[in-house]
Design a binder for this molecule. Structure first.
Ligand code: CO8
Length: 261
């Protein structure tokens, strides 16, 4: 696997694992991290042998404690505006990664860290995970999609309260509030994330992409548009080799063998 300065990448069968690796800075998201994540996700997307990815943080303390405050502290408003500082964070990874990816949150997911986790298709959290958008305490606000994705995930009341107070939300509350799909004991986080990723990777790959696209459409489209999009994608899948194989395998009571086409 490629060598990076701030992240680690490895593969386990058809599962790519990307680990934020600045544990001493609680995996703070610097611009070097961004460039490396963009490359790592593009490599995952381009590799036909890889069918699900996991992003996690190194160390026991943090997934990522936010954008790198030390890097941002000297920046002027004009720098943020003219460089459109967060725009690649908010769009590039999400848009290039059509295949599924999971965030395995192993501790603090604050500010940009919470926002990065919410960019994933879903979140599996360790029972010590803590989510928050504490930017208000720095005199700013979420800048990588948090005000939008948190609100869509947990609803206005809780999102507003989180953003206005900057408080952290623990794993149990995050599960109850639909921010995360599942909470597991800390020691079992990666085992569970890999098991889930391997299960997704065992599915017909084109159907996985289409299922992801459909669910995301519920965020972006009206109900009527989303239902039309769902039907069209279903119709495309119905013409696939893997649909033929999947239905034949069911009828013949055997496992399907996917071509991905
Ligand atoms: N950026 C850079 N370094 C960080 C960050 C960060 N976001 N978070 C932690 N670190 C560093 C600390 O500076 C410290 O480094 P050092 O050892 O060199 O002093 C090291 O990580 C360990 O952290 P702590 O000693 O603080 O660990 P604690 O266990 O005492 O506290 C906390 C853990 C509560 C997570 C604490 O570190 C914290 O509050 N971190 C910042 C959380 C935060 O505010 N995140 C939001 C950042 S802003 C953002 O993501 C969106 C953009 C907003 C624009 C802001 C413009 C100024």
């Amino acid at each position: 696997s490629a060598s990076y300065e701030t992240i680690l990448t490895e593969t386990d069968g058809a599962v790519t694992i990307i680990t934020l690796n600045r544990p001493k800075a609680l995996n703070a998201l610097s611009s070097v991290v961004l460039e490396e994540l963009i490359k790592a996700f593009a490599a995952y997307q381009a590799d036909d042998s890889q069918l699900c990815a996991i992003i996690t943080g190194s160390g026991d303390k943090a997934f990522a404690a936010g954008a790198d405050i030390k890097e941002m502290s000297d920046k002027a408003a004009a720098d943020f505006y003219l460089d459109d500082f967060f725009s690649r964070w908010t769009s590039e990874i999400v848009k290039t990664t059509r295949k599924p990816w999971i965030a395995a949150v192993n501790g603090f997911a604050l500010g940009g860290g919470c926002e990065l986790a919410m960019m994933a298709d879903f979140i599996i959290a360790s029972d010590n995970a803590k989510f928050g958008q504490p930017e208000i305490k720095l005199g700013v606000a979420p800048g990588m999609g948090g005000s939008q994705r948190l609100t869509r995930a947990v609803g206005k009341s809780k999102a507003m309260e989180m953003c206005l107070t900057g408080r952290m939300m623990g794993a149990e509350e995050a599960e109850r509030s639909n921010l995360v799909a599942k909470v597991v004991p800390h020691d079992e986080l990666m085992t569970e994330a890999k098991k889930t990723a391997a299960l997704i990777a065992s599915m017909p790959p084109m159907a996985a992409i289409a299922n992801k696209e459909m669910v995301n459409s519920a965020y972006e489209m009206t109900l009527e548009q989303g239902i039309v999009q769902e039907r069209r994608l279903f119709q495309i899948l119905a013409a696939s080799e893997d649909k033929k194989e999947g239905m034949a395998a069911f009828v013949e009571k055997r496992e399907g063998k996917w071509t991905g086409r």
